[in-house]
Design a protein around this ligand. Structure first.
Ligand SMILES: [Zn+2]
Length: 208
């Protein structure tokens, strides 16, 4: 990483850590079955696919290896604590997560995370935590699991101004062209009025 992208990685991981530690994230993680129902109601659809968190066993015709509530609680703490993580910059191949490493594309460091686009990061972080593509911790299909929920939640935190770093102009990375491969403009944040957290919390729930 160069110094400009290293600063972005630091702002992103502090924001991400804050989001995972947030009481609303904890509440939603541990009641993911309820979130799935609320999300479907906000979108006006039935709950698609898995109705709660499940593990790495391949789905056999809608039979998921669902975790118990006690396991879900334990997995929350496994998810947020206790490991070393090295953040990397994708060097030309695909983004990757596993073991102590998770990587992200330049565009997501420079622009995506300021707009709450954290799906890819969340996917790689779930690999780093030990989930594979059969688990809805690292599977964006079937109505979404961790990737979709975390992204919606992250956008809601930006919307209520409840992340440590909200304004891309504190770094102005998008303008530091000699350190970047891509070309960028200032990231502009928008929230979908059907965001399940916006529908539920209506601007409330700030942690600090
Ligand atoms: Zn993957």
């Amino acid at each position: 990483m160069n110094p400009v992208l290293a600063k972005e990685a630091i702002t992103m991981i502090i924001n991400y850590s804050y989001a995972l530690s947030h009481p609303i994230y904890y509440q939603t993680h541990n009641n993911f079955d309820l979130y799935k129902k609320e999300q479907a109601a906000a979108a006006g659809t039935a709950v698609p696919g898995a109705t709660d968190w499940h593990g790495n066993t391949a789905d056999a015709n809608g039979q998921y290896d669902y975790f118990t509530k006690a396991e879900i609680e334990k997995r929350y703490w496994d998810y947020v604590d206790g490991r070393t993580l090295y953040m990397a910059m994708v060097g030309g191949d695909a983004a990757w997560g596993g073991g102590p490493l998770a990587s992200q594309y330049e565009s997501n460091y420079v622009s995506g995370h300021w707009k709450g686009e954290m799906s890819l990061w969340s996917h790689e972080y779930s690999h780093h935590t030990g989930y594979n593509h059969d688990s809805n911790f690292a599977n964006s299909g079937e109505g979404g699991g961790q990737q979709e929920m975390l992204t919606q939640f992250y956008k809601y935190l930006i919307y209520i101004n409840d992340l440590p770093f909200i304004d891309p102009d504190i770094l102005k990375t998008y303008s530091k062209t000699k350190y970047l491969n891509g070309t960028y403009t200032k990231p502009v944040f928008k929230i979908d009025p059907k965001n399940a957290f916006l529908v539920k919390y209506k601007g409330e729930g700030k942690w600090n």
